[in-house]
Each structure stands twice: as C-alpha cells, then as structure tokens.
Design a protein around this ligand. Structure first.
Ligand code: PEP
Length: 252
C-alpha cells in the first residue's frame, strides 16, 4: 500500500545555521508526536544537505535536495550532480518544480534526463507537475499534466517508476495563498492515478504516492488529505516554521 508523505520545500530560504535549527525542530517534533500516519521529508538548499543529513541521521525525517543537474559529471560550473546529492545522505530529490521549469527553462526532455540520473544514483524523485492559471482557464490542464508525466516519467520501467512520488502543484496556487479546493485537487489526483494505471497497471497506480502542493497549511490540510487520491503534501511557505509544518504533518 502506498505511503502518505508530507515534504517541505524550503526553496531559497534559511542560512545553513538557520536550516540546521529548523531541521532539528522538525525532527524533535516528529519524535515527540509518536506514531504518525505519514513519512516526513525536508527539502533543503544544496549547502544545507550535508549538515542537515548529519543532524537528522538515524532519525525519522528524510532529506531531499531541491534540484540536481542534467549531466552526470564534468565541466558544468555551478551545477550539482545527482551522485553528489546522493553522497550527502539525502534520499530524495525534488524535480520539475514550476519555479525551475519557469525561471530556469527546464524542459520536459531535460527533466527526463534528470529523473534518469537521479534514479541511477539511488535517489527517489519527487516529481512536480501542474498547470498555469491560463492553462486551467483554457481547459487544457489535463493535457498539460499528461504531457509532463508522459514526457519525463513514462519511459521508466515499472520498477524504476516505483521510486517516484508525484506532486500535483497547480502553479496558480503556489505561494499565492489560493489553494485548489479539495475537490479540484482530487479530480486531478484521480486523473493522474488513472494515467499511471493505464501505463503501469492498477497495482502500481495504487502504490503511487501523489502529493498536493499549493498554499497548503494546517487549516486546509485535513480536508485535502481526506480525499482518497491525495496522499499528502509538498509544502512551501508553511514548511519554514516547524509548528506550521507539524500542523500539516499531523493533519492525517
Ligand atoms: C511549493 O513551492 O512547492 C509550494 C507548494 O509552495 P507553497 O506551499 O508556498 O504554495
């Protein structure tokens, strides 16, 4: 049966000391909370990976990078490879976030390469997809999401696909305070699960964790997480305060 997951995406926030402190606060709160109905991940900037992995080592909270390079090694100044990320102790990498697609021109084809490199390095992938407001208004959101998944993920074997978590993040809901309604989110999650079922079969589809992301907070998480195809959240702004993040973690 699939896992519920709540994953933070700190984006370009916190210095290293601030990040270590936040990670420790989250870890302590998760330990104090006892048995949870979800796995907990913090997605942190590159310089934070080593110290945060060290601080959380052996504990209940896993660590994700927010990106990795589309080459395995070599003359790519400033880039960080999937193997480098894996060597820090991080278990996950977030790929395809709309901020990376939008600001850094990450294409479907480039993301396919990143996914392959991440999986080859032993990382699990949190793969983001989602439509813009214009695309939703034009009614093309189903097609946009399908293209993103088919183009970057559906070349994978079923075994490799099993290492992927999908995050549906409508771009119009990210950092805007505007959340997709639970029904709107569930409609897309069910659509994504159906696509996975058509490609990989019902068993794989049932085992696939699909997260919602977009202005998720303690007040709206319970309604979102109560939906049958919403298996947790990818959390931006509300992951920067341990108490807010824990309010979401405990929402199941
Ligand atoms: C995100 O960036 O992944 C995200 C969901 O952000 P926020 O929660 O701030 O909308």
């Amino acid at each position: 049966m699939r896992k519920n997951i709540v994953a933070g995406n700190w984006k370009m926030n916190t210095t290293v000391p601030e990040g270590i402190k936040l990670a420790q606060e989250v870890s302590q709160a998760v330990k104090a909370a006892g048995e949870l109905k979800c796995d907990v991940i913090v997605g942190v900037p590159f310089p934070h990976l080593v110290p945060v992995c060290q601080a959380l080592s052996g504990g209940p909270v896993a660590v994700a990078a927010e990106n990795c390079a589309d080459h395995d090694k070599g003359a790519y100044t400033g880039e960080v490879s999937a193997a480098m990320v894996a060597s820090t102790g991080a278990q996950y990498v977030i790929l395809g976030h709309s901020e990376r697609r939008g600001y850094y021109n990450e294409s479907i084809e480039m993301l396919k390469t990143k996914v392959d490199l991440a999986l080859a390095s032993g990382l699990r992938v949190i793969f983001c997809c989602g439509e813009s407001l214009e695309e939703r208004k034009a009614g093309t959101h189903f097609e946009v999401i399908k293209n993103e998944l088919v183009g970057s993920l559906f070349h994978l074997s079923a075994e490799a696909f099993g290492q992927v978590v999908i995050a549906y993040e409508p771009i119009w809901a990210i950092g805007t305070g505007e959340t997709a309604t639970a029904d709107q989110a569930e409609e897309i999650h069910a659509f994504i699960r159906q696509l996975v079922a058509e490609k990989y079969g019902a068993v794989v589809a049932n085992d696939t964790t699909i997260l919602y992301g977009g202005s998720c907070k303690p007040s709206n998480a319970p309604e979102l997480f109560a939906k049958p195809d919403i298996d947790g959240g990818l959390i931006g702004g509300a992951s920067l305060k341990a108490a807010d993040f824990m309010g979401i973690v405990t929402a199941f």
